[in-house]
Design a protein around this ligand. Structure first.
Ligand code: HEM
Length: 525
């Protein structure tokens, strides 16, 4: 905006017209100023207001160009939690030369900003790499808030809400866990060194998702399965490249990564396009598959808004798989690690399962209400080691005010799960793994693993159902024990690493020792 009072600076008027003119001009300006202030572009008025607001507290140590990057280091969540102790529940850091990052360090800030003001704080942070890999937001996980996102969140909810999952997809969790248990029964206790269940877990989570999305599952050596697994890893690697976000002025240096992201998008369109076509073909031939993709194709026939175009369907199907595979696999691997480290927790959970379900059938997700300790184990797992410590940043397209602070336009908002999940006021003895902390407390906000507000994970029900079924069945079938050294002594299974902001699934060896003789019979029944 042109600032009336800057235009009327002394240099401007004294040099040319003398004090009389100056006085007249000032008088006119005063009147005009009132008029202009009342009729300014609202954005300009806002800009004035925002200038007067306090700046968010910020830690020391920022330097030109790099901002706080050097002091933040490679474990930002750990540093944010440390800073939160002195800076309070919300503060700002400068990550590189670009936007302000706003750290949400307390549940009430997340509630006030992301939940109550979801209409304003629900864009995503955009970079060329993210734009390329997502086909400019066709993968709606990376799209800004708007009609496209709303349409796809609506279709997601219609397809994988709790009722639909219970009604249409229960068989998926049951059959896929059975396959995994039988495989582990065969290989899991063959030698003292145990086995690494990484591929069993990935096969399970990918099959759960491909069955729900495309009505199709795979064997480990199927080339399509291998391709999905590889793409999941490649997309994860390319989207982790966030230096472009921190130093946008170096954009020529990122061409290689943007090119790679475009290649991956092409690969996604080919592979997932093939899957979508198979579903379409079956539909044409009257063999409609019961799957999310088929529902999207049906909705496409009556789509008036134009958001269900081919690339959108392909990328949404792919998003379900990309968003759900690693996250669920990390949680399941962590569940195995925590079981191996805590025989007393396993024994208590098994006792609960045996008493309430018995050994003649497998537990299912319908048993949640009668297995509170098993549920508490999973909740504690999501508090103690969520698959990401900072979630996916939200953004606000315009300048905003919060509690007297100015939140600059295009800020990136992160939920610092680490700070909140280890807050001793909410979770006494926070670094201890204690499922029982959830048994007597009515704590509806138990963790932030699934994010918050309008962008909160729409796959949370699916993930919870899948994780509960798997964990309850592993506990029912096996005692998970650490591997043994040459002398037959147990080798401690390491805790999942806490230093990575987005950890990958841990690689560990454990032994799956059958708890009873019914495992094979019941799994094959
Ligand atoms: C333990 C498993 C999972 C965890 C911990 C998890 C966590 C998250 C988090 C933190 C976000 C970002 C939320 C935010 O911005 O506030 C998210 C978004 C998302 N998740 Fe999940 N997720 C899991 C499994 C799944 C599954 C199985 C699906 C499959 C449908 C899925 C689909 C999505 C999608 C589509 C989004 C983007 C939502 C949007 O941008 O509006 N997630 N998830």
């Amino acid at each position: 905006m042109t600032d009336v009072f800057t235009t009327l600076s002394p240099e401007w008027y004294t040099g040319r017209s003398g004090f009389l003119i100056a006085a007249a001009v000032v008088a006119i300006a005063a009147v005009t100023g009132v008029y202009v202030a009342n009729h300014l572009n609202p954005d300009d008025k806002d800009a004035e207001r925002f200038k007067k607001l306090a700046k968010l507290p910020s830690p020391p140590g920022a330097v030109p160009i790099l901002g706080h990057l050097l002091v933040v280091g490679s474990s930002p969540h750990l540093k944010f939690s440390e800073w939160g102790k002195t800076l309070g529940p919300i503060f700002a850091v400068k990550m590189g030369s670009s936007r302000t990052w706003v750290v949400h360090n307390s549940p009430h800030v997340v509630r006030d900003i992301m939940e109550r003001r979801g209409a304003t704080f629900s864009d995503r942070v955009q970079t060329h790499i993210l734009g390329a890999v997502s086909n400019n937001g066709d993968m709606y996980i990376l799209a800004d808030n708007g009609p496209y996102l709303r349409t796809w969140r609506k279709h997601t909810n219609n397809t994988i809400n709790k009722t639909r999952l219970d009604k249409d997809y229960n068989y998926v969790f049951k059959s896929e866990t059975n396959n995994m248990l039988l495989d582990l029964l065969e290989r899991g206790n063959a030698g003292p060194e145990g086995i690494d269940p990484f591929h069993d877990i990935y096969l399970y989570v990918i099959n759960v998702l491909t069955l729900i999305v495309f009505g199709k599952n795979y064997k480990k050596d199927d080339p399509d399965y291998q391709h999905i697994l590889q793409l999941t890893i490649d997309v994860m690697v390319v989207t982790r490249n966030i230096l472009e976000e921190f130093f946008p002025f170096l954009s020529p240096l990122y061409r290689g990564a943007v090119g790679r992201a475009k290649e991956l998008q092409l690969e996604i369109q080919q592979l997932f396009g093939k899957f979508v076509n198979e579903v379409r073909q079956d539909k044409k031939e009257g063999n409609e598959r019961k799957c999310a993709c088929n529902e999207f194709l049906k909705a496409q026939e009556t789509d008036e808004e134009g958001h269900l175009y081919e690339a959108a369907i392909i990328n949404t199907c792919c998003t379900f798989i990309m968003a759900g595979v690693d996250t669920s696999a990390v949680v399941l691997m962590n569940s195995i690690i925590m079981m191996a480290r805590h025989p007393e927790i396993q024994d208590r959970a098994f006792a609960e399962i045996k008493a309430n379900i018995g050994l003649d059938r497998l537990p299912s997700d319908m048993d949640e209400a009668s297995l509170p300790y098993t549920c508490a184990f999973i909740t504690e797992l999501l508090r103690f080691r969520p698959p990401t410590w900072l979630g996916i940043p939200h953004s606000n397209p315009k300048d905003e005010e919060y509690n007297g602070y100015h939140i600059p336009a295009n800020s990136a908002h992160v939920i610092n799960m680490h700070g909140m999940h280890f807050d001793p006021d909410t979770y006494p003895d926070p670094y201890a793994f204690k499922p029982e902390r959830y048994l007597d407390v009515d704590n509806s906000r138990q963790h932030f693993a699934f994010g918050a507000g309008r962008r909160a994970c729409p796959g949370a029900f699916l993930a919870e159902k899948s994780i509960f079924t798997t964990v309850a069945r592993l506990l029912w079938a096996f005692r998970i024990e650490p591997p043994l050294d040459a002398q037959g002594n147990p080798i401690e299974v390491a805790l999942p690493n806490i230093s990575m902001p987005t950890p990958t699934a841990a690689r560990v060896n454990v032994r799956f020792v059958p708890r009873h003789d019914n495992v094979e019979r019941v799994c094959r029944a």
